[in-house]
Write a protein that binds this ligand. Structure first.
Ligand SMILES: [Zn+2]
Length: 227
C-alpha cells in the first residue's frame, strides 16, 4: 500500500483531514495540490496550519506538517490550479481523492479521469485505464463521500442532476470571522465563502457529454452509449 501514489486535491477543511488520515493509514507516497494561501479565518478548523503560516500556500505548509509528524511519509506539494496541470500529471496517480469545495472543480477532474478511459472492440472498459476518484463534500452540517470508478459506476457528471440547489451555509466561516475579529482582522466579514475559486471546468460541457438529466434522459443517454 505504501507504494501507491495518491493525489489529494484540496488542502483546506477536508484536505487537512484527508492528508492526516491517509498518512496515518500508511500511505507513504502522497501528493497534494491546492491553489489557495492560508487565511487567518481558516485556522479554526484547518488544523495543520498555525498563525505563523498565514499567507503561505496551503499545499506547501500541509505537506511539510504531515512529514514532520508522520515518519516515513512523503508528501509532495503543488501550489496552483488543478487546470494548469497537464492530464499526464493526473494519469500518474493510482487514486485521486477530492477535498474540493466547488461543483466546477469536481466536474473538471471528473472529465479528466473519464478522458483516460479506453475500451476494447466490444466496448468493454480496459480496467487499467480506470482512475478511481474518492469524492467528499460538506455542506452545512452534512457531508458525503463516494467512490467513482469512471466507466464502471456513474461518474460525477452522470449524477450532477441529483444535486439539490446549492444553499449557502456560512457557518464555519462566520465563526471564523468572529475569530478573525478577535485578532483585529475583520475587514472581510465572511472571507472565502462561497468560494468557487477552483472554477475552470465547464459544467455545461459535462452535461452534454453525459446526457445528464432526469432518469428518462439518462436512460436515453445510456442507449446512445453515454458513460
Ligand atoms: Zn458519466
Amino acid at each position: 500500500m505504501v507504494l501507491r501514489r495518491i493525489l489529494v486535491i484540496g488542502a483546506g477543511g477536508l484536505g487537512c483531514e484527508l492528508l492526516k488520515d491517509l498518512a496515518l493509514l500508511g500511505f507513504g507516497n502522497i501528493e497534494v495540490i491546492d491553489m489557495d494561501t492560508i487565511d487567518v479565518s481558516n485556522l479554526n478548523r484547518q488544523f495543520l496550519f498555525r498563525m505563523k503560516d498565514v499567507g503561505q500556500p496551503k499545499a506547501v505548509v500541509a505537506a511539510s506538517r504531515i512529514q514532520e509528524r508522520v515518519e516515513g511519509c512523503t508528501v509532495v506539494p503543488h501550489f496552483g490550479r488543478i487546470e494548469d496541470k497537464p492530464a499526464e500529471f493526473y494519469r500518474g496517480f493510482h487514486i485521486i481523492v477530492l477535498g474540493l469545495d466547488s461543483v466546477e472543480a469536481r466536474a473538471w477532474i471528473n472529465e479528466t479521469a473519464c478522458s483516460f478511459l479506453e475500451h476494447d472492440e466490444e466496448g468493454n472498459v480496459d480496467l487499467s485505464t480506470v482512475k478511481p476518484l474518492v469524492d467528499g463534500g460538506t455542506e452545512g452540517f452534512k457531508g458525503h463521500a463516494r467512490v467513482i470508478l469512471p466507466g464502471i459506476t456513474p461518474c460525477f457528471a452522470c449524477t450532477m442532476w441529483l444535486f439539490p440547489p446549492q444553499t449557502k451555509f456560512p457557518l464555519c466561516e462566520s465563526r471564523a470571522s468572529l475569530f478573525a475579529d478577535s485578532l483585529s482582522r475583520s475587514d472581510d466579514p465572511i472571507p472565502n465563502f462561497p468560494s468557487p475559486r477552483h472554477a475552470g471546468g465547464d459544467a455545461q460541457d459535462a452535461r452534454a457529454l453525459h446526457r445528464v438529466g432526469p432518469p428518462d434522459q439518462v436512460a436515453q443517454g445510456q442507449r446512445d452509449g453515454g458513460v
